[in-house]
Every structure is written in structure tokens, then in C-alpha cells.
Design a protein around this ligand. Structure first.
Ligand SMILES: Cc1ncc(COP(=O)(O)O)c(C=O)c1O
Length: 471
């Protein structure tokens, strides 16, 4: 009988053990697949599923406000189910055919109202929403200008887009943004004439970096380069929904820029601890998406239980029940940084590039929000991000390594996500555990030599590869 998976380190180790020899007598179909996987395993780059051990400290899930952990969302969801006892569980059709309901439309009106948008469109997930937006909205002759760190699902959407030009600009860099817009203005007569548009794609909080875009400056710059007003903004608020702005309404609401941003996207498995995607836009954009997006036209509509969970989450946000959690997260991030940077090892580890938090080097003007996502950068182009992950995981902290191609080469990191449900002692223990690892890495550095001594947790993980039982 198949078995369920275990903890991250055990499953990681099992996943790196080459399997080619065991499929020598299988069909070429399986041998070819295993050969490709073995190429990843040899480089220790094979990903695998794992489960979370009970009692572990979660610094990885997106349940930032603790709505899932605390049971608050479940309680509100059960009430929502009780209020709607006759609802069908599944959607049983596409949105355009049988899958539309009054419940879904009412919820869209409520959500749009909460975010100060004209309308909303709920999708099965945020990835589908991004796919739908970028397939349907940029029209032939339009251009897309995107921050180089924009999410993978926006890239997937852009691949199917009809836009004539797609150009990235340097992350959060207004100068680079202006240069990119100016190049488009110079090379695209229909856009400079104001007949075609530029769609700018940004995130509210960048998922791997935890920083926010200088949105006001970007909007002002766009107006300067294109006074005809044919630049429109798209903001992926996956990570800023629930965590920034009044009652968690997101970055755009925090800055009062609702009128300046044509499309926003909210992904519900994040702070809402639910499931689904929400497109905030006007009726023109919504109608275009319904007519042009194949992933909406040919896929089932959101199911009732998904919508009920979203409504439960919004009920909590609307009534201000999540605001305290928003503030608590800010306190925890500040506490963590204070503990980390006041530890005696910090300066030495920082100088030796063993630990860095570039986000905290920015001044308040460049980074006005202390967000729940905190990337700890490790020594570039090494396996330190893996070593730190092993060290923390084996100590009971759930964190994951982030590496190329998810982030650029040389910026490997461990991403921490802070939750309102953490207590101060957990945060202090996490900072102390990271510092103990840094001390160990410094002592390995000092030994010099051939540099092959591994830190203790990594030795343990590598031994697990040798002893992994693949059956
Ligand atoms: C910034 C961002 N956008 C979009 C998505 C996709 O959302 P979903 O998980 O709802 O498909 C994610 C998911 O991780 C994300 O981080």
C-alpha cells in the first residue's frame, strides 16, 4: 500500500537518491523520465512532497493572520454553511453555462465594495486569474511592462498574451521603469499616439522579497512619460491582501490609489486561509475576461464551499476582526529583526555574507511597510540556503529554501513568513537558532582548509540520502 510522506528533511533526502538503476528493466517511457529526474537528484535539486510534523513552528505557510491556525475561519465557514443549507457543493458547469449563481454574484459585489472596486470576478485560483487577465486584456499592439520579480503565474499569462511588446524593468527601480517606458514610447508609434496601451504589472508585496513597490512614484512617472493617459496598472495583491491597508484591503487601498489601478488580483490561500482568486476591476475588464479568457470559458466555475470560505474570510476582515492580527505581525517582524541584529554573531555573519536581510537595509522611505515576508539571504552561489533550512527544520521550525530559477542566481535564501499566531518566545527561539547556525558556519570558515566540512544538520541530511529506503 502507498504510504504518506514524512518531514521535509527526510523526504528531501529520499528524493535525492538516484533511482535509475532500479528501473533498468522498466519500459523506456519510465527510464527516460527517471533519467531526467536523476539528473536533478545528482545536483540535489529534486523536489518532493512532505508533511508538517505536529507541534512544529510554522514559518512557511501563508496563514499570516492565523485565520486557519486559530480555527476562526472554520467557525465562520461553518456558520456560512448553516446559513445556506441547500447549496450545491460543486459548480457543475462553467461560469458562462451553469456555474453562475446569485450567491457568487452577491459575494463578488461585497468583495468589490470592500476593496473600493467597481466589480469583482472570482476564479478557481490566483494562477487562473493571472492567466485570464494577461490572456484577455492586453490587446494586439499593446505593451506589457513588468517588474523583473513579477510572479511566475503572470509570466505564464503573458506567454499567451497578444501584447506586441513585453519588457521588464529593474525591481522597484523608478529610473529603470521610466527608461523602459521611454523606449516603448520611442519605438511604438501607435502607443506614443495614444491609440494603444501599456499595461504595467507589479505585486503589492513581492512574494520572495517581502518588499512593496513605490506605487505612487511609478504612477506619477507613467503619467509623465505618457500624458495621453494610456498606461494602466495591474497589481497582484496576493500577499498584500489582508496584511496591508485599512482592515487588510491591500496596498492600493493603503495608498488610496484605487482610481489609478485598473486591475487588482487577490489570491485567497494567503492571508484569507481559503482558496480561489479574485480579480478587482471594472465591468469592461470583467466582460472582456469572460469573452476572451479560455481558462475561464472552458473551466468549471468556483464551487460553493470555496466561495463560502472566501465569504467567511471577508466577513472577518470587514468586521475588523483581523486588524489586531495585522498589527501583531508587524510587532513580531520587528522583534525578530531586533533579536537577530543585536546578537553578537550578527555583524560577523553579515560581513562574511553568511546572513543578510537586504530588506532591512532600506530606509523607511524606500520600504515603508514591515511586511510578514522576510527573506534571509545566505552566502551566494553555495548550498548555505539548504544548510540553514536543514538546521531550522531539524530544530522544529518549518521554513523552505528558495533558489534559482525561483530567484536570481546568487540570491539564494530562506524565506520566513511571520504569523499573528506566533508568540514572542517562538520568535526569539527562531532568531537564536539562526544565530547558532551562523556561528557554526563562521567556525567552519575559520578552519579554512579544503572547505569540505559540513555543518551538523547538513551532515545529518546527507547521511539520510545514503540510508534512504526507497521501497
Ligand atoms: C504573488 C502571487 N501571485 C499569484 C499566485 C497564485 O495564486 P494561487 O495560489 O491562488 O493560484 C501566488 C501563489 O503563490 C503568488 O504568490
Amino acid at each position: 500500500m502507498p504510504t504518506t510522506s514524512g518531514s521535509f528533511v527526510a523526504e528531501w533526502a529520499k528524493a535525492q537518491k538516484p533511482r535509475g538503476p532500479s528501473v533498468r528493466n522498466s519500459s523506456v517511457f519510465y527510464r527516460n523520465l527517471e533519467a531526467e529526474l536523476d539528473a536533478r537528484r545528482i545536483k540535489h535539486g529534486c523536489m518532493s512532497l512532505h508533511t508538517i510534523p505536529p507541534g512544529a513552528s510554522d514559518f512557511a505557510s501563508a496563514d499570516t493572520l492565523g485565520l486557519g491556525f486559530s480555527g476562526l475561519l472554520r467557525a465562520e465557514f461553518m456558520e456560512e454553511l448553516a446559513r445556506n443549507p441547500d447549496s450545491w457543493l460543486g459548480a457543475c458547469g462553467t461560469r458562462l453555462a451553469f456555474g453562475n449563481t446569485t450567491y457568487l454574484e452577491t459575494l463578488e459585489c461585497e468583495v468589490a465594495d470592500f476593496h473600493g472596486a467597481e466589480t469583482a470576478m472570482i476564479t478557481v485560483n490566483g494562477g487562473q486569474a493571472n492567466g485570464a487577465i494577461f490572456t484577455a486584456i492586453p490587446r494586439p499592439g499593446d505593451a506589457i511592462v513588468y517588474d523583473e520579480f513579477i510572479h511566475a503565474t503572470v509570466h505564464d499569462g503573458m506567454k499567451n498574451s497578444l501584447a506586441l511588446v513585453k519588457r521588464s524593468f529593474r525591481h522597484n527601480n523608478v529610473e529603470s521603469f521610466v527608461e523602459t517606458l521611454s523606449e516603448i514610447r520611442a519605438s511604438q508609434p501607435l502607443i506614443s499616439d495614444g491609440q494603444r496601451c501599456v499595461i504595467v504589472a507589479l505585486e503589492g508585496i513581492y512574494s520572495m522579497d517581502g518588499d512593496t513597490p513605490p506605487l505612487r512614484e511609478l504612477v506619477a512617472a507613467a503619467k509623465e512619460v505618457f500624458p495621453e493617459g494610456n498606461v494602466q496598472f495591474y497589481i497582484d495583491e496576493a500577499h498584500s491582501n489582508g496584511t496591508l491597508g485599512p482592515k487588510g484591503a491591500g496596498l492600493v487601498c493603503a495608498l488610496g490609489l484605487e482610481k489609478e489601478v485598473a486591475i487588482r488580483m487577490v489570491s485567497c490561500p494567503k492571508a484569507l486561509a481559503a482558496h480561489g482568486g479574485i480579480i478587482l476591476c471594472n465591468n469592461t475588464v470583467k466582460t472582456m475576461i469572460l469573452n476572451e479568457s479560455r481558462s475561464i470559458m472552458f473551466s468549471g466555475a468556483p464551487s460553493f464551499h470555496m466561495l463560502a470560505a472566501i465569504r467567511a474570510g471577508y466577513n472577518l476582515m470587514k468586521t475588523g476582526k483581523t486588524q489586531e492580527a495585522q498589527l501583531r505581525v508587524e510587532h513580531l517582524v520587528n522583534l525578530f529583526m531586533e533579536r537577530l541584529t543585536s546578537d553578537p554573531v550578527w555583524d560577523r555573519a553579515n560581513d562574511a555574507m553568511i546572513l543578510r536581510v537586504p530588506l532591512w537595509d532600506l530606509d523607511e522611505e524606500a520600504q515603508p511597510f514591515a511586511t510578514h515576508i522576510c527573506p534571509i539571504l545566505t552566502r551566494p552561489n553555495t548550498k548555505h540556503h539548504l544548510y540553514l533550512t536543514f538546521h531550522l527544520q531539524l530544530a522544529g521550525f518549518i521554513v523552505y529554501p528558495v533558489f534559482f530559477p525561483i530567484v536570481p542566481k546568487g540570491t539564494e535564501r530562506v524565506r520566513l513568513i511571520f504569523h499573528a499566531s506566533h508568540n514572542d518566545a517562538e520568535i526569539e527561539a527562531l532568531a537564536a537558532c539562526i544565530c547558532a547556525w551562523a556561528e557554526e558556519m563562521l567556525s567552519i570558515d575559520q578552519e579554512g582548509g579544503d572547505g569540505i566540512r559540513l555543518p551538523k544538520a547538513a551532515r545529518q541530511a546527507y547521511t539520510m540520502i545514503e540510508t534512504a529506503d526507497l521501497n
